[in-house]
Design a protein around this ligand. Sequence first.
Ligand code: ZN
Length: 557
Amino acid sequence: MKKFLVFLLCSVLPLAAQSKPAADLIIHHAKVWTVDKAHPEAEAVAVLGDRIVAVGSNAEVDAWRGPKTHVIDAGGKLLLPGFNDAHVHFIDGGASLDSVHLNDATSPQEFARRVGEQAKKLGKGQWVLGGEWDETKWTPPSLPTKEVIDRLTPDTPVFVTRYDGHESLANSVVLRLAGITAQTPDPPGGVIVRDKQGNPTGVVKDAAQDLVARVVPPPTHEQLLQIVLRAMQHAASLGVTSVQHMNPDYEDIAAYSELRERGELITRIYAAPLITQVDDQVKIGVRHAFGDSYLRIGAVKAYADGSLGSRTAYFFEPFSDEPGNRGILSDEMHPVSLMHDRMMRADAAGLQICTHAIGDAGISAILDIYADIERVHGPADRRWRIEHAQHMAAKDFDRFAQLQVIASVQPYHAIDDGRWAEARIGHDRASRTYAFRTFLDHHVRLAFGTDWNVAPLNPMLGLYAAVTRATLDGKNPNGWFPEQKLTIQEAIEAYTMGSAYAEFQDKEKGSITPGKLADMVILSDDLFSIDPVKIRDVKVLKTFVGGKIVYQAGDAH
Ligand SMILES: [Zn+2]
């Protein structure tokens, strides 16, 4: 009996060795940049199931070819890990894709025509929202009025917003629904624009927009599913294979969850609800990065302060163009002990903390709390994040590094805000704005993202911004504070491994490494050899998530 068993093993083993499973997918003749420091470059990749099994030369990877292997010849194009956007508002972004586009409407007639078309497209009773109109592009510029659109939208509620978010136009249907009449007083912090007779013209400013916002119905579950599907298509077309959704509603997570169950998620999602709801996640007992490869929770998003644009970012010194104002802490920080307590509870429960902080004093106040948590709870792998980390105090770079805080930054903001930031905060503070190089010099990890829909989701714009720092107005072709520029290698790493690390997934994705998820992108041009100015024009040819093609150029997206 024993002899027979030995014989059997001897005959079976060589057979088993020969029948190594064949790859489902091989991509060869590619210029592979792996973002894996051990093996940065390769020619080919083999995928089995949803994982990468081999990375190497064409010949090495060809050993994985079987009769059923799908082989893609990349024609020498650049193959990178899929991009991971560390900071998005995925539902707002998805909703904006199909909303009416009014920004480049250059006359009231064109404005009205587009609103009317959208109303027809949506059908009776559906709200026309979004818009991003800009009346300064009209000749002569004048605020729109409800009369411009009423005739075309007798039954359709219309509430379209100026590009800066500070003013919106409502049609008569909406004014009725919101109960706004000549008798309605202006709310504190808001203005209802009126004609000579005192009747509302339809435009509401700042806090007066809330009078309308509260009657806008939230999207239904069915609508949310459609918005997510649309957002994911858009992401796939840009090579974005993972996103980290900051402050989602629970309804958004329910939509992701349903699509996950249906097998329809083609973007991997990490969702970080507001810290004001921290006790919900504490109660359930989930810890950081809880979930599967497609959907995770276990982080909380906090707000320390406001923004530079609205002069609400919190600084040690006043704004250079507004003495007496140094910004404000958010309501979550009033008092600071409230934030401290919530963060202590989050940390005790093993939740990851991502905090929006823009002004130097806002960032500093959060570092104080992080340091105190470490003092009380002891060292741990927490991967604390500061979202935006926009204006650093010189004294805080070392502390940022010591606490191993991740700078979750959006390079596009640098070339956008860079147009006017120096006038607002002066040269010295501007020199530590979006200070990506200084962060790396201090061994602070960067995670790249966009803040979509505040900025476009396209990673090429982020890479372009980090590498050139050329402001959008064309006034700094050699870079705004050029000493803070990154190399293209560093920028790609921040957008892949950096973001993966920031969501505790650096062992699962972020580089083209055997064993990792097969999330990859083939690009139209070689980012390493083209003129950096052209990076923003580079297109995605194919996007793979878990080894499946989720986008190829020429598809109708
Ligand atoms: Zn954001």
